[in-house]
Design a protein around this ligand. Structure first.
Ligand code: HEC
Ligand code: HEC
Length: 203
């Protein structure tokens, strides 16, 4: 009994710390202003990266902790992309938190993205991903990215980069290594075809 109460307290405390850390982190109003320079790519529906050709990722509704991690990785040169290393170069931690607070508050409810893979096959394969990326690809943890409603071409590119080791993450390098090109297409098509998920950060 005593043990149960102690355990309960521990869970509640760590939950409260978790929530306050996330809520206190960024100012969405300040983030909206700072996002101005990002809109030319991330605010345009269907905007493409040119060489190689894939969609610029959707950020609306993305988990805030993950947005900060991504920006820090570009700034540190761990994740490489010309425009993104430029965009993140002079950002402070506060800038990143504010932008994350702004973009994370959006939700897509009626997404209808075109896909080319087999979404039904992807759904079965996605069972292995749900513990981190959430049921149907909506992450419940601020540090794990939401995949639902993300462009298919971007998801495939991300998985290929993890598999090739161009993008490093100890968890994802391992998972992607086991995926074939067809697996990647099917998984990406399943997540991209979700009605609920990421969207454009428009306000
Ligand atoms: C010239 C177009 C362009 C501009 C401007 C731009 N981005 Fe990006 N952004 C991209 C592309 C392309 C990627 C994907 C790069 C890759 O494959 O890693 C990306 C990736 C990201 C990611 C990672 C998304 C994910 O799911 O991992 C974040 C976060 C991000 N951008 C935020 C920003 C912010 C904030 C700004 C403005 C300060 C900005 N971007 C400006 C094109 C742009
Ligand atoms: C144990 C937790 C875990 C599991 C299981 C997992 N992932 Fe991930 N995934 C992560 C983390 C953490 C990241 C962010 C890594 C980074 O910063 O690059 C990520 C990133 C990704 C990204 C890039 C998202 C973006 O916006 O750039 C894709 C795509 C992805 N995972 C797909 C999958 C697929 C498909 C599976 C199942 C085959 C899977 N993941 C299983 C933890 C996990």
């Amino acid at each position: 009994m005593k043990k149960t109460i102690l355990w309960g307290l521990l869970v509640v405390c760590s939950w409260a710390m978790h929530v306050s850390r996330v809520v206190a982190a960024g100012d969405p109003e300040a983030g909206k202003k700072k996002f101005y320079t990002c809109e030319g790519c991330h605010g345009v529906a269907g905007y493409m990266n040119v060489y190689p050709s894939y969609h610029v990722p959707r950020l609306g509704g993305q988990q805030p902790g993950y947005v900060v991690t991504a920006l820090k990785a570009y700034q540190a040169g761990q994740r490489k992309h010309g425009s993104m290393s430029g965009a993140s170069a002079t950002m402070s931690d506060q800038d990143m938190q504010d932008i994350a607070a702004f973009v994370s508050k959006f939700r897509g409810l009626n997404n209808d993205l075109p896909v080319t893979g087999n979404a039904a096959a992807g759904k079965e394969k996605a069972a292995a991903c749900a513990s981190c990326h959430g049921e149907n690809g909506i992450s419940r943890d601020p540090s794990f990215p939401t995949l639902a409603g993300q462009y298919e071409s971007y998801l495939i590119k991300a998985l290929q980069d993890y598999k090739a080791g161009v993008r490093s993450n100890p968890l994802m390098n391992g998972f992607a290594a086991a995926l074939s090109e067809d697996d990647m297409k099917d998984l990406a098509s399943y997540y991209a075809s979700q009605k609920r998920g990421l969207t454009l950060p428009l306000d």
